[in-house]
Design a protein around this ligand. Sequence first.
Ligand SMILES: [Fe+2]
Length: 309
Amino acid sequence: MQRRNFLQLAGAALGGCMLPSLARAEHTAKPFRFAHLTDIHVQPELSAGEGFRKCLASVNSLAAKPEVIVTGGDMVMDVFAHNRDRADQLFSLYGDITKGETDIAFRPCIGNHDVFGWSNRQDVKPEDAAYGKGLVCEKLGLEKTYYAFDQGGWRFYILDDIQMAPNNRYQAYLEEEQLDWLTKDLEAKPAETPAVVVSHIPFYTVTTFDVGREEDLAYRVGYSAMCRDAGKIGSLFSKYNVKLALSGHHHLLERIEYNGVTYICGGAVSGGWWRGPRKGVQEGYGVVDLNPDGTFKYEYVDYGWTPVA
Ligand SMILES: [Fe+2]
């Protein structure tokens, strides 16, 4: 007998009155659905805005509508390299589309393309409030670039692993303050509560192991491709019931099972930066159904974008 039928019969046997506890049990057993939209790279060129709108229309029309949209970073294109006018234009386009095309709430995670002024090619100084992550926080109403929230019986950690590196570059790690906050929050979380973490650059990835270096007899993976201290942070995830770690950055699709944690790099809304699929991975987004018992289902949805030549 299906659970719903049993509950209906139980309710009927009680003169049509379902016990509140049973009603609650049925409600909490429902999977919680969210969408993971990473590497959108919205820009006026290449009809990227139209592509993003088509993506959101696809999210809106899913048979079971997601309750929240979590972004995976790189919401806009190349803000790090542009001046303030262009950066404002990009964030305006992003804001107009997110507000105009869906009523689903967004929970943003930032990527390297969302950071303002880390290259030498624009007109912002480090002392300006908008410099670095200031602009994306202002535009998206974020108090901090990392935060946590509870939804669907799970705890969500939106992390920021984009850090400055010498020579106008970036590298991925969690700085001391963020790692300390994360560790304390994981420790304080009820042990049985499953958790999902979202970062832009993956904690573990195999997507960059394409070409070895003969002189080293080795593959080399830069800190801009995979998070520094992966072992340390991965152990933390395994210890504290983190079940799923979502990322983007590579615009590729991969799934790694390691020490009880599933690491998924979730493709890209923009595919190959709006120029077509990236290494065979179509423009798409992830749909994740979380169950209260810590199990989940992930599906990558190709929303049918045809690149503009
Ligand atoms: Fe990207």
